[in-house]
Design a protein around this ligand. Sequence first.
Ligand code: KG4
Ligand code: ZN
Length: 339
Amino acid sequence: MSVIILGIETSCDETAAAVVVDGVQIKSNIIASQVAVHAKFGGVVPEVAARKHLELINQVIIAALTKAGLTYQDINAVAVTCGPGLVGALLVGVAAAKALAYALPSVALIGVNHLEGHIYANFLERPDLDFPLLCLVVSGGHTDLVLITHHGSYQLLGGTLDDAAGEAFDKVARALGLGYPGGPLISRLARQGNAQSIPLPRAYLAADSLDFSFSGLKSAVLNYLNQAKQKNIAVNTADVVASFQQAVVDVLVDKTLLAAKKHHVKTVLLAGGVAANELLRQQLRQVGKDAGLMITYPPPIFCTDNAAMIACCGYYKYLRSEFAPLTLNAVPRLSLGKG
Ligand code: KG4
Ligand code: ZN
């Protein structure tokens, strides 16, 4: 019998609900983006995000069920992001999911870690992926290298010591007055620039380190812009963003390859909003191919926040009977492997 999961995602600035059958058939994938609301502030305002989620959550859930041609009674479980993320934002999704599970005794409740959700975006199209897997999770809040030995088992090999890759994209875009979120704007503009034009640092840390650091690179870009301003030199914005993007991608790709080699992993996944980046996808696939690795990543729409990935992850938890009690709570700093 099929397992039908309603996924709910409200950890940051997308209010999302999706219906996924057996972890692969996406019956609906509704994403109400708040980007326009937050863009005028240059970033996500947590209080505004929580209020927007509250306004949108019921409509989004109903839209997901309607699009799927299903009713609440057809659902086997509701899988909801319970962390990490903004606490007020997370609480809206968690409360909605708990209300459904409480009102409908046949509907199980499943708590999903947002990062685990990002990883499972890969399983939506590739349920046959062979373990062990290495995943580079790159988003607005995380830059993590994760070793996955089987479903639900995660070992953090490295992470960022300061800014996440997506955060660096957003901060550089803000400094250049490009808008929010910075990643898609930078990657589009970078196509017109010369990535070799401005020498920028790449922080590799210790030779075998799998940790990341992007704050030095971000500061180097800001210094370059300040010096140009002081000297009254015109800045070619496309060259700046192309050089910046190349520096981020070089480090991400090199460290991912190093991790695969160190841990003898042959299949490498990308996940998270920055995984939508064209240059990262191309460069990792090229270099990975040369190293005999299988590189895979979700379509861009499933890289950024969505609820289909949460439903997909929920499906594997459902198979393992990993259900949450009705006391499930939002945990803003939830780490991978817990929840
Ligand atoms: O996964 P996500 O939607 O939300 C978080 O969990 O953080 O990731 C959002 C981040 C933002 O920092 C955004 O600028 C970045 O992903 N991003 C990109 C691209 N699309 C989104 N960064 C680089 N290139 C892109 N094409
Ligand atoms: Zn995310």
